[in-house]
Design a protein around this ligand. Structure first.
Ligand code: AMP
Ligand code: GLY
Length: 426
């Protein structure tokens, strides 16, 4: 099969790796658009604006692509899935209408209400007066979210009412905000493949969203992750029982609700969950694989990803068994440019990366995100530069491997969290 992967992040690097790991060697030809320097070392990359539906669909048709995997949210919300489906090309990624599950938090709340999916209370506000009334109704800590897409930076959780008001005022001009009830508890990301009618769950992961150690500083797109989550069996008989509960009470009702509304969801349903004292609650849905969680979930997937994605894109997931995962663990740590998330400084050389990749320690891979090769030298081109991924027999070993590899990289001013999976390793 010829598979086109849209996107340019570490998530897409991990997706490409997993697609290449097929049951038969050379079963699939992968093309990435636009990709990055790491992806280009593995497969053909094409300079293409991944969010331009017409360009992508024309390219896919002319290049006889059999399947398109849409990595990031922007092309989904821009309707790239719709454009491809108009040409009859199988797509892993929902149409614009169903991608509103991620693109519009108000839409997601409405669908959850209709499907009786457990989530926190929320009010959409379009004016400062509405914001103030909602902040007073829910009380502190305040949770303020941009209603539209904001690259993981639209959410503020704070006890400071003025800070909540300022954050809301900024996003009021851009489609309004959601004021939410504050939920407390550990967070879990669970990914499910969906074919519009059925779902198949992957293995749970946990993401570290705040920029600094100890969950300090602003929210980011994600600074690290690990999978699986052994502590789930403190509250459920096993991880599988937790996953079944999410399938039965959250994912399947949501997918069936969208099907009933005539906007079937085909692609990856990302359930962002919080495990409160009162049970599982949805904090957000995304319409695509999470970054950096994908970098720890897909390496552990033993079932060929291409088979799963093809079944999701063409229908028939319900006939497949649950995907199988290896018994080892995975940890990823994100290397970020100076100034990320507010004002990342780019263009600096990433010293040691070529040497590390030429001599990778056991269990370690590097998924590139914002990298480019300039005159034979890797340079950082954005905020989240790369994800170092390490597998191990346990979290202590995986952490040791990841941080030892990171120690070999030298990017001026760069930062990373030192406490990824630290607690679970103890
Ligand atoms: P989101 O982009 O909606 O996933 O929010 C980003 C982060 O903000 C989440 O991972 C949580 O840590 C936090 N957050 C979002 N909504 C809530 C909420 N209702 N209560 C507590 N924390 C929240
Ligand atoms: N890691 C959070 C996200 O992908 O949205």
């Amino acid at each position: 099969m010829r598979i086109l992967v849209l996107g340019s992040g570490a998530r897409e690097h991990a997706i490409v790796r997993a697609l290449l790991r097929s049951s038969q060697p050379d079963a699939h030809e992968i093309i990435a658009a636009p990709g990055n320097a790491g992806i280009a070392a593995l497969v053909e990359t094409v300079k293409l604006d991944a969010s331009n539906g017409r360009l992508v669909a024309d390219y896919a048709r002319d290049s006889e692509v059999d399947l398109v995997v849409i990595g990031p949210e922007a092309p989904l919300v821009a309707g790239v899935g719709d454009a491809l489906r108009r040409y009859g090309i199988p797509v892993f990624g929902p149409d614009k209408a169903a991608a509103a599950l991620e693109g519009s938090k108000s839409f997601a709340k409405r669908v959850m209400e209709a499907a009786k999916v457990p989530t926190g209370g929320a009010v959409h506000a379009d004016t400062v007066e509405e914001v103030e009334a909602a902040l007073d109704r829910f009380g502190a800590p305040h949770v303020v979210k941009a209603d539209g897409l904001a690259a993981g930076k639209g959410v503020l959780v704070t006890d400071d009412r003025q800070a909540a008001l300022d954050h809301a005022s900024f996003y009021l001009q851009q489609g309004g905000v959601l004021i939410e009830e504050h939920l407390a508890g550990p967070e879990v990301s669970l990914f499910l493949l969906a074919d519009g009618h059925d779902v198949l769950p992957l293995s749970p992961a946990q993401d570290f969203k705040r920029v600094f150690d100890g969950d300090a500083g602003p929210n980011t797109g994600g600074m690290g992750a690990y999978s699986p989550l052994p502590w789930l069996s403190d509250r459920w008989p096993s991880e599988a029982d937790f996953v079944d509960e999410v399938v039965d009470r959250i994912a399947l009702p949501t997918i069936r609700q969208l099907e009933a509304e005539g906007t079937p969801f085909v692609g990856l349903l990302y359930c962002g969950l919080i495990l409160t004292a009162d049970g599982i609650r949805v904090i957000e849905f995304n319409a695509r694989f999470g970054d950096p969680e994908t970098q720890v979930v897909l390496p552990r997937l033993d079932t060929p990803l291409a088979d799963l994605i093809t079944a999701a894109a063409t229908g028939g997931l319900g006939r497949l068994p649950y995907p199988k995962f290896s018994g080892d663990v995975a940890v990823t740590v994100v290397l970020a440019s100076e100034g990320y998330p507010e004002n990342p400084i780019t263009g600096r050389p990433i010293r040691g990366l070529a040497e590390l990749e030429a001599d990778l320690p056991e269990g370690v891979t590097v998924d590139h995100a914002a990298t480019a090769l300039v005159d034979g030298q890797y340079v950082a081109t954005g905020g989240r530069v790369l994800s170092v991924v390490a597998r191990g027999v346990d979290f202590a070993q995986a952490r040791e491997r990841a941080y030892a590899a990171l120690g070999r990289l030298d990017l001026e001013g760069a930062h990373f969290r030192t406490d990824i999976a630290a607690r679970v390793a103890q």
